[in-house]
Write a protein that binds this ligand. Structure first.
Ligand code: PLP
Length: 371
């Protein structure tokens, strides 16, 4: 509960409801004793990087937890996507939603691929396969779908479009660790998925990412590319980069996976508490997750209805910030409105409207208004 409930809103000069800032996405910290013991072991072994035993263990756990035949750990999701685009030898355009974290577009653009933005479904917040239509051309090299808020996008519809066009489907699964699509774990899908273990994600390794794939040859190529292309002590087999995950990061990831169920339970409890407390406020609509799918329950998402809510999204966020509740406007402005992409036309869509979603809490440690 709030440390202090002021008579007067902080924005009007009252005392803030919380003495300290409450941020979205406070990190999940796994068991410290175990973490310290593992760090001691790493320091004693002097094996800090380069495909060490903890990275291998983390990859095995990732494969196991996501149903993926192969999991290749990397230093971040954005770099993992870049290496993946290189490994697939893509050159041209990729179709991707505009309503995503900027890294999805950046990873493509950094590899000199042109992102072609598609609008999202206002209910799911995720890429709407129906809207791909004429944006799919001979220049299209891949479809990059994005899962959001612990839910999965319409993978089957996207895969059917990709198969027909004979191009790969890639899924930005930064939000979807432990989630399912029509009952299937994300690593067991035909599409290649990219995970993020940034500090704000449910499973975090300080910084980190991974590619999940059923294609053994692709996995082998990614392993070469993430380590400068080294095929042995001396031989360099291909152009590579440094996208390796380190051993210390891997221990955080391993610890988070070991405690994953309890992190999700805390997320779920927070979500239910927000829902029951805010349910009857006019104009606020909670994001609906499909109850038949597994979700990590990351992020508490509210849509603000501009008609029935007395305050607009931006009018709500400022007073919350004044109370030290750092609710965020996700993803605002959309990628297509950020300067590197402003000239990129959002695919023609007469019903386009700005998504109005906002996240109020992202972490399992109760950092929101109910801390
Ligand atoms: C966090 C995030 C990324 C980037 O992950 P990094 O590991 O920080 O590079 C990409 N896409 C989405 C949807 C994200 O939320």
């Amino acid at each position: 509960m709030a440390d202090f409930v002021s008579e007067k809103l902080a924005v009007l000069g009252g005392r803030p409801a919380f003495a300290k800032p409450r941020h979205v996405g406070m990190p999940n910290i796994p068991n410290r004793e175990i973490l310290h013991a593992r760090l001691d072991e790493i320091l004693a072994s002097r094996r800090l990087a380069n495909d060490g035993p903890y990275v291998r263990r983390f990859e095995a756990q990732l494969a196991d937890m996501t149903g993926a035949p192969h999991a290749v750990a990397m230093c971040s999701a954005m770099v993992a996507m870049q290496v993946l685009f290189r490994a697939l030898e893509l050159a041209g355009e990729v179709i991707t939603p505009s309503f995503t974290f900027i890294a999805t577009a950046h990873a493509a653009a950094w590899e000199r691929l042109q992102p072609v933005f598609i609008d999202v479904d206002p209910d799911t917040h995720m890429i709407s396969p129906d809207r791909i239509g004429a944006t799919l051309t001979a220049r299209t090299q891949a479809i990059v779908g994005v899962h959001l808020w612990g839910s999965t996008c319409d993978v089957d519809a996207l895969q059917a479009i990709a198969d027909k066009a004979r191009i790969p489907l890639i899924l930005d699964a930064a939000h979807a660790f432990g989630c399912t699509s029509r009952g299937r774990l994300i690593g067991a899908l035909k599409a290649v998925s990219v995970l993020s273990f940034h500090a704000t994600k449910v499973v975090q390794s300080l910084e980190g990412g991974a590619v999940l794939t059923g294609d053994g040859d692709l996995a082998a190529k990614l392993r070469l590319m993430r380590n400068f292309g080294f095929q042995g002590y001396e031989r360099v087999g291909c152009l590579g980069t440094n996208a390796k995950l380190n051993e210390v990061s891997a221990t955080f990831g391993i610890g988070c996976i070991e405690e994953f169920e309890s992190f999700v339970a805390v997320n779920r409890r927070n979500l239910e508490q927000y829902q029951s407390s805010l349910m009857n406020i006019p104009g606020l609509r909670f994001y609906r997750r499909d109850p038949t799918e597994k979700s990590n329950c990351q992020y508490v998402i509210l849509d603000i209805d501009p008609v029935s809510c007395p305050l607009m999204r931006d009018e709500l966020v400022d007073p919350l910030h004044a109370e030290n509740i750092f609710a965020r406007k996700y993803f605002s402005p959309g990628c297509h409105r950020q300067s590197p992409y402003q000239d990129v036309v959002l695919s023609e869509c007469p019903t386009h409207r700005e998504p109005t979603g906002g996240a109020i809490d992202g972490a399992a440690h109760g950092n929101g208004g109910f801390g």
